[in-house]
Design a protein around this ligand. Structure first.
Ligand code: IYR
Length: 233
């Protein structure tokens, strides 16, 4: 029977700084305010964004916690206009059949307040598309497969970090989910061990950009959380 290994390499917690409570309260408030400014955008300007900004944001995403620290994600960054056009064409084939045939009425009703349809011009207009892939399993140097754990959770967390990082940098995003999106494996040259989960559209908002009011209405604290235990502080 194999037991967990006893000897673990440890190091002092790096760069932790305890902040005094008033500062903690202010930092938490300010971070909420910063994230609350984020809106999902569908009208993008075509202005390019600096590559190093995207790279820093990807590195921020890569700091996310993951099952057994296996980091089961891969990001394909697409800026080439020809490539974006092919992504748009393939996405619109799927989206057309989704909106016109496959989507149940209940789903279409849920989407109505967002005003989305099969037409996806932003896939060509935005300067950057980031296809986010989940690595269903790992492949070692000898080509042997090994299990990855908590893959959807890990990739979801990293994607959240990425969206927050891009927002913090001053860019806007659309969390696009063409349905199905397996065409991204071929277009991005990624193996079948990877499942595309999000096509993140990144850039600047078009001048005069408008967003659906619906997207800005967030549930109040009482509807998303409850408290079990005595209040502190
Ligand atoms: N994949 C489609 C439909 C869609 C689904 C959900 I859930 C959304 O929040 C938004 C859109 C599309 O991208 O249009």
């Amino acid at each position: 029977m194999t037991r967990p290994h006893a000897a673990v390499a440890l190091e002092p917690l790096p760069a932790y700084r305890e902040v005094p409570q008033p500062e903690m309260i202010e930092r938490a408030r300010a971070f909420h305010a910063e994230l609350a400014r984020r809106r999902t955008v569908r009208d993008f300007d075509s202005r390019p964004v600096p590559r190093e900004v995207i790279e820093s944001c990807l590195l921020a995403a890569g700091t996310a916690p993951s099952g057994a620290n296996q980091q089961p994600w891969f990001f394909s960054v697409i800026t080439d206009p020809g490539h974006k056009k092919r992504v748009r064409e393939a996405a619109e084939v799927e989206e057309r059949s989704f909106y016109n045939e496959r989507a149940p009425q209940e789903w279409l009703d849920a989407l109505a307040p967002l005003g989305t349809d099969w037409n996806k011009p932003f896939l060509e207009e935005a300067p950057v598309l980031i296809a986010i892939f989940a690595q269903k399993y790992g492949v070692d140097a000898d080509g042997e497969k090994f299990s990855h754990y908590y893959v959807p959770e890990s990739v979801g967390i990293a994607s959240g970090f990425l969206i927050a990082a891009l927002h913090h940098a001053g860019l806007v995003t659309l969390t696009h989910t063409p349905n199905p999106m397996s065409f991204l494996n071929k277009l991005c040259g990624r193996p079948s061990s990877e499942k595309p989960v999000i096509l993140l559209v990144v850039g600047y908002p078009k001048a005069g950009c408008q967003v659906p009011v619906h997207g800005g209405i967030k549930k109040p604290l009482g509807a998303i959380a409850h408290w079990i235990g005595t209040d502190h502080g």
